[in-house]
Design a binder for this molecule. Structure first.
Ligand code: FAD
Length: 501
């Protein structure tokens, strides 16, 4: 029996593991709910909800083929042992997973178990991330080659071994509490396909222009991140759908192309970034816990202000756009890139909080939490990579630029609903209308300058900073690639364009 372990690849389509394993004989399709994983500080109720919907969808697809997804609850090694007692396992199959420190350790335990039981563990790659990479030269070409491979069709029939299945455990059994989400994004492959289609054929035309404002981004961005994080869609199928759409657009006369070419270029570039960032964590798992550049160790740790952290988490810093974003994120599980960068930058610079606790809080709030992207971005926005330009977002300027009339602010901060238009971005100038909304917890200009001074002086005065930064660049930075017709062209003007060198 070939044991197919579904992890973050909850689909039958373009599923290398399923395709390869099923060619060898009967399979047992398994998903393991690991209670200890759900107790980790980056896991939350909203992840559970999205996963549950995605598993229901996967089960339904298997049911249509006359089969059942086997759900087990427990420690992975114990579950594998139990299964082995009833069904001799010829091989274990799962996609390579680059996830958090806990799953990394669990995979090491599973590897030891496979070794001592003489069971081969086959782990094909599921996206463009390369395991045991020697260096970054040629990485983009490898990524592109992976993306243009033919898509594997979902099997029409399978030979499946039946065994006892648990039901999906209730969230309380996993120790999860409801977390303020009111508009959860729907999980499952069918939802993912609907989003992909509506983005490429209806919603996406103004993507490049509208991705940065929280007013338009909820609609104009693809919203595929959670589906990519849980693998209800494969990166390759999204990439190829985008290429196909772009080719169709290119056939049109210029006046009928509209803004689609730019949108498709920006989108395709971001798909590449997805794997580019995860590759960093694959190459350096300590990124989740430690500064990428050690010269920043000790810079913020001792100054951690719990009251600031609480105010930031609750959306009560006194800066309307920051607070609206934190409240919107709590309620919906999503924010666009620019606003994620701004709230992280505000925590790291204006409030001078070490990134680790804010990162865990955001990880719980993002339905699409993907450690490889998350920790790389968090460190970029906190200035601890040593290789990126320091970028400190001014939350007042961002509010004027991205929400000029304060519509997003009024939507998420009821206290400011009646505030005069003239003061919506700086309500402290109209104290009588603040309606319980707090005064700013830190002075924007003073705090920004103090943070910048500390960072720049560290870079300037630390003799070893440059030498270490050069090594980091060599290990993690993307290399210049020849422009391809479509993928990975020059990046857009958004701050995401701060791709390392
Ligand atoms: C502090 C911070 C934390 C972040 N944490 C996460 C996270 O946990 N999970 C996550 O998926 N993204 C994360 N991002 C990146 C980005 O904000 C989201 O991928 C994006 O907002 C998701 O929305 P979308 O699917 O509509 O993206 P689109 O703009 O439609 O982009 C399409 C896909 O490209 C990828 N992508 C887009 N932007 C980036 C980027 N800057 N870096 C890497 N990949 C990108 C994502 O897979 C995304 O789904 C983070 C950004 C910041 C600044």
């Amino acid at each position: 029996m070939q044991l197919v372990w579904f992890k973050r690849d909850l689909r039958l389509h373009d599923h290398a593991v399923l395709t390869k394993a099923s060619k060898r004989g009967s399979i047992l399709p398994l998903y393991i709910f690991e209670p200890t994983l759900w107790q980790q500080p980056d896991m939350s109720y909203r992840h559970y909800l999205f996963l549950k919907q995605s598993l229901d969808d996967l089960s339904q697809t298997l049911n249509n083929l006359g089969h059942k997804l086997v759900i087990k609850v427990g420690d992975a090694v114990d579950i594998l042992n139990d299964i082995k007692e009833c069904h001799p396992i010829e091989a274990l199959w799962s996609h390579q997973e680059t996830w958090n420190g806990w799953t990394f350790e669990r995979d090491k335990a599973v590897k030891r178990w496979c070794y001592s039981n003489n069971i081969p563990w086959h782990e094909p790659a599921q996206n463009g991330v390369i395991r045991c990479l020697n260096n970054r030269n040629g990485w983009s070409a490898h990524w592109y080659r992976h993306m243009i491979q033919p898509i594997l069709q979902a099997p029409e029939s399978l030979e499946i071994i039946e065994t006892h299945s648990h039901s999906i455990p209730c969230h309380t059994k996993l120790g999860l509490e409801k977390d303020g989400i009111t508009k959860i994004q729907l999980g499952g492959r069918r939802e993912g396909l609907k989003l992909l289609n509506s983005f490429l054929y209806e919603r996406g035309e103004n993507y490049t222009k509208e991705m940065s404002s929280p007013l338009s981004a909820f609609q104009s961005c693809s919203r595929l991140s959670a589906h990519l994080a849980f693998g209800t869609l494969s990166m390759r199928e999204v990439f190829q759908a985008c290429e196909k759409r772009n080719n169709e657009i290119q056939q049109r006369p210029s006046i009928h192309k509209g803004r689609w070419p730019s949108a498709m270029r920006s989108f395709s570039g971001r798909l590449h970034w997805h794997c580019h960032f995860i590759q960093k964590l694959e190459d350096e798992p300590s990124l989740e816990f430690k500064n990428m550049h050690p010269s920043y160790d000790g810079l913020r740790e001792d100054d951690f202000n719990e009251a600031y952290f609480e105010a930031w988490k609750q959306g009560k810093t006194g800066y309307p756009l920051v607070d609206a974003c934190m409240r919107a994120l709590t309620a919906t599980g999503w924010l666009n890139f620019r606003m994620r960068a701004m709230v992280m930058s505000f925590a790291s610079y204006h409030l001078w909080l070490h990134w680790r606790k804010p990162a865990l809080h955001l990880a719980k709030l993002f339905t699409d939490y993907e450690p490889g992207i998350h920790y790389s971005q968090v460190q970029m926005q906190s200035g601890t990579t040593g290789m990126n330009a320091i970028r400190i977002y001014n939350p007042i300027k961002q509010a004027f630029d991205q929400d000029p009339e304060g519509l997003f602010i009024r939507q998420w901060i009821p206290e400011l609903q009646e505030m005069d238009q003239a003061y919506i971005h700086m309500p402290w100038q109209a104290v009588s209308q603040m309606n319980g909304y707090p005064m700013p917890i830190a002075d924007e200009k003073t705090a920004r300058k103090a943070a910048a001074d500390k960072l720049y002086s560290l870079r300037k005065n630390n003799n070893t900073h440059k030498g270490i930064a050069d090594k980091i660049i060599k290990k993690h930075a993307s290399r210049k690639v020849k422009k391809r017709k479509m993928a990975v062209k020059k990046q857009s003007n958004d701050a995401q364009g701060e791709l390392p060198l």
